[in-house]
Design a protein around this ligand. Structure first.
Ligand code: NDP
Length: 479
């Protein structure tokens, strides 16, 4: 018997229930996963007030004490790992293996930033003046707003809230409407670990209502957003206008380049993992593959074979490598992109049949023009367009001829080719003989161009820079 989760807003340590939204399992619409509030701007106002009241006390706790709460929350998540992973599959649709990995990521992120509590600080520098020492302090910003998408509903809130909290901020989080349960599990772990009331507040509801109220509230010192480029750019402009601090991580049209000297079978596995795992619904997904001529035909044949392995199914069934598309709305966007490509005369090496419910077969397209929408626009589904480039330089030019710059990868046996690719490609993440997807939590993450605000990076120790400001203290003495 599957649990129905009744999700409340968490404001000032208290639960405020609501039932404006229903979320059903994308693999099984008879499974009602959650009901959650469709809040208004008044809930955001209350949450920001509660966060503002709680923040000074939280910031005055020694950083190792703040870190201990994150560490304890990680242990609580670890004890509930399987239950949370299963809920994540039910509400988002990804496979159980993917969900387990995502919960594991949140646990590790909490541990990583928990231990940062012992290391926070700034450099001490020599002064030009006698008997004077300069040290730098990192101060919390105050109340920060976090807005997160549905595709990684545990990992992304975790990698935003952990650096925000360890740096001494109070948080108001607005999770995606489609995935309220996952985020609530994170909040519950922090509350059970002893996070003081009001330090973390979660408000559920529509982006244009709840998100907009958070972004425009002058008491919110900084906003960190992950989601679509359209919404991200709007948020960036809005927060800049009121001179707040803002970080936005947005879309991508990530390319995998396969050179003549690549191991073709390995390249096809890498393309399938990057393009079809997570149902292609990852900001770093490989949605275009660029082959040089000598490898093109063998690569398309190998990728077509790989696509058969990713037949969509219920993520809770053992052996499923790819789950359904997350929602009707998302599916409509993906199928519209496929139909447009069909009208333009592409060839379907794999896929092309009508979806069954939200189950969409992996799709491999060949023959698309470099200027076509399928080669240029983010699709956010299991669709890979295979293009041809004359040589490495032409491939690099094609990779860079994009409004996006998030992730890019090359398959090659040549160190020189790999180095040239890494140096010349304009993207925040470069991989060699590895999928564009998959990130280490201790490594800075972010993009360039229309993929990112490209100011502060997320993840790794540098993540706390966004959530704090630097103060220089000149300490003089007289003998
Ligand atoms: P959206 O931009 O639609 O939504 C992201 C979040 O913003 C949601 O919580 C949403 O709320 C909220 N939101 C929507 N409109 C507004 C608004 N006007 N003001 C404030 N908040 C708003 O993206 P999706 O959730 O559909 O996610 C898919 C997109 O995210 C893809 O384009 C993908 O590339 C990108 N992405 C980028 C990542 C990165 O690190 N670069 C990682 C993951 C995804 P609601 O749920 O109510 O709509």
């Amino acid at each position: 018997m599957s649990t129905l989760h009744r999700i409340s807003n968490l404001i000032g340590g208290k639960d405020f229930p609501g039932d404006g939204y229903e979320r059903r399992n994308p693999a099984d619409p008879s499974d009602l996963v959650s009901v959650s509030p469709a809040s208004g701007a008044d809930a955001v106002d209350a949450a920001v007030t509660a966060a503002g009241d709680a923040q000074p006390g939280w910031a005055s706790l020694p950083a190792p004490a703040r870190g201990a709460i994150l560490m304890d929350a990680a242990e609580i998540l670890r004890g509930r790992h399987e239950e949370i992973a299963r809920d994540l599959v039910r509400e988002e649709g990804k496979t159980l293996a993917e969900a387990r990995g995502e919960v594991r990521r949140a646990i590790d992120v909490f541990r990583f930033f928990g231990s940062e509590g012992w290391r926070l600080g700034g450099p001490t520098l020599p002064s030009s003046q006698p008997d004077t020492l300069v040290h730098t302090r990192r101060e919390a910003l105050g109340v920060v707003g976090l807005i997160t998408p549905w595709n990684f509903p545990i990992a992304i809130p975790a990698w935003k809230m952990a650096p925000a909290l360890i740096a001494g901020n109070a948080v108001v989080l607005k999770p995606a409407e489609l995935t309220p349960v996952s985020t609530r599990h994170l909040a519950d772990a922090l509350v059970q670990a002893g996070l003081p009331a009001g330090v973390l507040n979660v408000v559920h509801g529509a982006g244009p209502v709840v998100g907009e109220a958070l972004v425009t509230d002058p008491r919110v010192a900084a906003v960190s957003f992950t989601g679509s480029t359209t919404v991200g750019m709007h948020i960036e402009r809005t927060v800049h206008e009121r001179r707040g601090r803002v970080q936005v991580e947005m879309g991508g049209k990530n390319a995998l380049v396969v050179l003549d000297d690549a191991d073709v079978e390995q390249a096809a596995q890498i393309a399938a993992a990057g393009g079809f795992a997570l149902t292609g619904q990852a900001c770093t997904a490989s949605s275009r593959v660029i082959c040089t001529p000598g490898v093109y035909e063998a690569f398309v044949a190998a990728l077509t074979k790989q696509a058969e392995r990713y037949r969509p199914g219920n993520g809770l069934d053992g052996g499923t490598l790819m789950g359904p598309v997350v929602s009707e709305q998302q599916l409509a966007g993906v199928t519209a992109a496929i139909e447009r490509a069909r009208d333009e005369g592409v060839t379907f090496a794999a896929g092309g049949d009508a979806p069954q419910g939200l189950m969409l077969a992996p799709t491999v397209l060949t023959g698309a023009g470099r200027e076509s929408a399928v080669a240029r626009d983010e699709i956010f589904g299991p669709v890979v367009a295979v293009l041809v480039a004359e040589d490495l330089d032409d491939a690099i030019e094609l990779v860079n001829d994009s409004r996006y710059g998030l992730a890019a990868a090359v398959c090659t046996q040549s160190l020189a080719h790999a180095q040239r690719f890494a140096a010349r490609v304009r993207a925040g993440v470069i991989k060699v003989n590895r999928p564009t997807t998959g990130l280490d939590l201790n490594v800075p993450f972010g993009g360039v161009k229309d993929s990112s605000s490209n100011t502060f990076r997320e993840q790794g120790t540098v993540a706390t820079e966004f959530y704090s400001w630097s103060k220089s203290v000149y300490m003089g003495w007289d003998d």
